[in-house]
Design a protein around this ligand. Structure first.
Ligand code: WTA
Length: 636
């Protein structure tokens, strides 16, 4: 039996037990047999969740790109590493082989070096899903620069905040991006952001849409001519196991976004190992994850995990609705996709469309279907299973987080029997616990609580960039000696986990995590707004949508409400991005508050969800009458 490739349920249990009984020994064996190291570790694991501090493979040296690219050149030189599927159906797909990937990444590495980028410097990547994005990420990793990819749907303000937080000196972007029938002018968003980013010394611009753009002399450089002149060889920077590999921002329930820091060795080992098993990747498979590389799913399961296994991984530039809602299935047929990994929000959107759009295509190449980002509801699960998987491809409902780096709870396909809406069993090495509100672990089955993890796994984020105290406070202070996920979960009679959703003020809209506080801050910047509160409410396609309760200042009370709504949403788009726009906005005279002044979001959530049967006792509120008034305005 190979511990690296789990083939049935019995093996899963056996390997799981081993991984928990002696985690050090277990991960050492995986690390030793399946990766290239420049120097061996002195110590496999040291950890302390109080400090908190976690170190894996300390003393080891490596470079993740040597593992993701160089070592495959002997066997897979002409194998497709990245299969690029453009937005337009008229543009041919590009098969980028491992040999070509090696050359392009090295060229980009040399370009970055020429810009003065050194080990440890931060490089912000704000690119659409084009091959240059993959090259940029891997080039940073190759020369030891810390990449911070910002999803290209974020606004200039959001981009500036992230650039400044990590003090990036270089930005890599494009003239524009294609999203279905639209094209978006990315460069001018960057230009606007950079008005507030004095630390950025150079901007590298890939040309994709060919739109007009303004190049600032001494700062902006077209990427293509620089790449053309650069050498195809670039030696790796030898990295320490615990050196940071990248920063990726995620929303918190309060304050500015958290720059989660992932390190080189543990992240590599865990993403590679989870990829191999959770997608049961075999040599000739063509794997497709539809996420954007701007999110953790794209980092771990479009780039690093698949490439570390010598896989063929698809990068899709477009959207599921263009040129029509059959696009995903057209791509599956065209490239004979074997593993398909997407988000429940996409599944729900596609399920609303005529079934012919799925049935038209030959999906028989599919072997594994994945879901990630939010709980998948039963209806969507069955639609996916019946119409896409034809009841033959197991669905892996994978639970994890930006902070965990890799998948934590998931079935192993063809081994773990699946159950709709259940992420099922912990992955190898993962030790979950359900906690009650008093900080006690809830043992046994058929229970529900707050989901924590008791023991470190190799790809746990090591800190929040520039704010270790916030890292401690957010993840390690709620429960002693536990990593707290922020999610609620239940465990059924056989020990399967079902994630019930966030228990903090993060709302997941179309799979994107949005903190309520930054949105409220954006709204409150409107001249006419006195105060606001955001809650989530169920939405057929997005999972959750945002509902805003807004108190206007006296002088704005006479203004046209629809106009105000437009202005508020425009502000949110500018400050955060269109993904954070509110579906509903109501103007209210007050917000229900506790005597200590805390907004009772529970009540606001119930009203927004049209579920007022059980509002609880409101008489202890500071302002109990406001509940009735709000109900009248909302009409529930
Ligand atoms: C939620 C995405 C239910 C959860 C990889 C988590 C899920 C947050 C699932 C992290 C799932 C992710 N079932 N909920 N299979 N996967 N979530 O950081 O609330 O973008 O805490 O990472 O998404 O989102 P993030």
């Amino acid at each position: 039996m190979s511990n690296y490739h789990i083939k049935n349920l019995e093996e899963y249990f056996q390997i799981y037990r081993k991984s928990v009984r002696n985690p050090e020994l277990f991960w050492e064996e995986i690390a030793e047999e399946h990766f290239v190291w420049r120097k061996r570790w002195n110590n496999i694991l040291s950890w302390d969740f109080e400090k908190p501090e976690v170190k894996w493979f300390e003393g080891a040296q490596l470079n993740i790109t040597e593992n993701c690219i160089d070592r495959h050149l002997t066997k897979y030189s002409d194998k497709t590493a990245i299969l690029f599927e453009p937005n337009s159906v008229d543009e041919p797909a590009q098969h980028i082989t491992y040999k070509q990937l090696y050359a392009q990444v090295n060229k980009m590495s040399n370009v970055l070096k020429l810009q003065g980028v050194k080990k440890g410097d931060r490089v912000c990547i704000y690119l659409p899903m084009i091959p240059e994005l993959a090259y940029a990420v891997l080039a940073c990793a190759r020369i030891g620069a810390i990449h911070s990819v910002v999803f290209a749907g974020f606004s200039s303000t959001a981009l500036a905040t992230r650039i400044n937080d990590c003090d990036a000196s270089v930005v890599i972007t494009a003239d524009g991006s294609y999203r279905g029938a639209k094209s978006i002018d990315l460069k001018s968003i960057v230009d606007e952001a950079l008005n507030d980013c004095p630390g950025v010394k150079s901007v590298l611009v890939a040309e994709r849409t060919g739109g007009k753009m303004n190049l600032v002399s001494d700062r902006d450089h077209l990427l293509a001519p620089l790449m053309k002149g650069a050498s195809e060889e670039c030696a790796i920077e030898v990295m320490d196991a615990e050196d940071p590999l990248f920063i990726l921002y995620t929303s918190g329930s309060t304050g500015k976004p958290k720059g989660m820091v992932h390190s080189c060795a543990g992240y590599m080992v865990y993403t590679a190992y989870t990829f191999k098993n959770i997608f049961q990747y075999r040599e000739d498979d063509v794997y497709w994850c539809t996420a954007d590389i701007g999110w953790i799913t794209g980092h771990s399961y479009i780039l690093y995990g698949p490439l570390a296994n010598g896989a063929t991984t698809v990068m899709f530039e477009g959207v599921p609705s263009y040129p029509d809602y059959g696009r995903f299935w057209e791509v599956v047929e065209k490239h004979k996709i074997t593993q398909f990994y997407t988000a429940p929000t996409a599944i729900r959107a596609l399920a609303k469309e005529p079934l012919e759009l799925v049935e038209k295509y030959d999906l028989s190449s599919l072997k594994v279907l994945g879901s990630v980002g939010e709980p998948i509801n039963e209806e969507a699960w069955h639609w996916y299973n019946n119409n896409v998987g034809k009841k033959e491809s197991p669905i892996v409902d994978t639970w994890w987080q930006t902070e965990t780096g890799g998948i934590m709870i998931s079935p192993i396909p063809y081994s773990t029997p699946t159950k709709p809406t259940f992420a099922t069993l912990p992955f190898i090495g993962v030790q979950p616990a359900l906690m009650d509100e008093n900080g006690k672990e809830i043992k046994g089955n058929q229970v529900e609580g707050r989901l924590c993890i008791k023991f470190p796994w190799p790809s746990i984020a090591r800190t929040i960039w520039g704010n270790h105290e916030r890292y401690r406070e957010t993840y390690f202070s709620a429960y002693k000696n536990m990593y707290f996920t922020g999610d609620g979960a239940s465990r059924d009679a056989v020990g399967y986990y079902r994630i019930t959703g966030r228990v903090d003020d993060v709302i997941i809209v179309s799979g994107h995590n949005l903190g309520t506080a930054p949105i409220e801050d954006a709204i409150n910047e409107h001249q006419g707004v006195a105060e606001s509160a955001i809650v989530g409410f169920p939405h057929d396609i997005k999972g959750n949508a945002l509902f805003g309760y807004v108190i206007l200042k006296e002088e704005a009370n006479s203004r046209d409400q629809d106009e105000l709504r437009i202005e508020i949403n425009r502000l949110i788009s500018e400050k955060i991005g269109p993904i954070a726009k509110l579906d509903k906005i109501v103007f209210v005279p007050g917000l229900p508050k506790t005597r200590s002044g805390k907004i009772m979001r529970r009540i606001l959530r119930k009203i927004a969800s049209n579920d007022v049967s059980n509002l609880g006792d409101v008489s202890t509120l500071l302002n109990p009458d406001v509940v009735e008034q709000i109900r009248k305005i909302v009409g529930v």
